[in-house]
Write a protein that binds this ligand. Structure first.
Ligand SMILES: CC(C)(COP(=O)(O)OP(=O)(O)OC[C@H]1O[C@@H](n2cnc3c(N)ncnc32)[C@H](O)[C@@H]1OP(=O)(O)O)[C@@H](O)C(=O)NCCC(=O)NCCS
Length: 147
């Protein structure tokens, strides 16, 4: 028996995303619980966000956030697709939408786990020069006063 046809999904660049919608999507992919106000602040802060919705219901099933200096580089932030909608080309469409917003610029991402397969399938490459992802938690600051 063939698989049922995929539900149509509309992909758009824009900020019309509610904080509670993003919080629910992040929880659905296993990225923990987040407050709606905190998520609304994050959506506002990113220079570009892309959303994927089921037109019939308006349900948010995909989200991508990114920053660019619009001159030399674009950096991806979050990219998530609801588990019930994965492997239907939705993240690929969101990525293309973002890439066409800032055309002609290299795009960098720190890919988590299996997501690297998705980026490689979309033409992303490991840099020739060694690159290490580093981060610092505020409590690790060497200039912070002793507790
Ligand atoms: C990574 C993610 C965004 C991909 O979304 P998606 O809509 O399923 O991706 P697409 O359908 O556009 O995938 C396109 C191609 O990428 C590759 N791909 C996607 N997910 C893959 C996976 N988990 N393993 C291996 N290859 C994968 C496949 O080649 C796929 O084509 P195919 O389905 O015809 O084989 C989604 O799995 C997700 O939300 N994961 C959890 C959150 C996450 O890890 N985000 C990335 C943080 S950097």
């Amino acid at each position: 028996m063939s698989a049922p046809p995929a539900t149509p999904v509309a992909v758009r660049l824009g900020k019309d995303i509610q904080g509670h919608e993003l919080a629910a999507l992040l929880t659905a992919v296993g990225w923990g619980e987040h407050g709606p106000a905190e998520m609304a602040r994050a959506i506002r802060a990113w220079p570009a966000t892309v959303h994927a919705r089921v037109p019939e219901t308006g349900a948010l099933v995909g989200y991508l956030s990114a920053f660019s200096d619009s001159v030399s580089s674009t950096w991806l932030g979050e990219l998530v697709v609801h588990p019930d909608f994965q492997r239907q080309g939705i993240a690929t469409r969101m990525l293309r939408c973002l890439e066409s917003h800032w055309p002609g610029l290299p795009v960098t991402v720190s890919a988590l786990g299996n997501a690297r397969h998705f980026f490689i399938a979309n033409g992303y490459q490991t840099p020739r020069a060694e690159m290490t992802v580093l981060f610092k938690k505020p409590s690790q600051s060497p200039t912070a006063p002793p507790a």
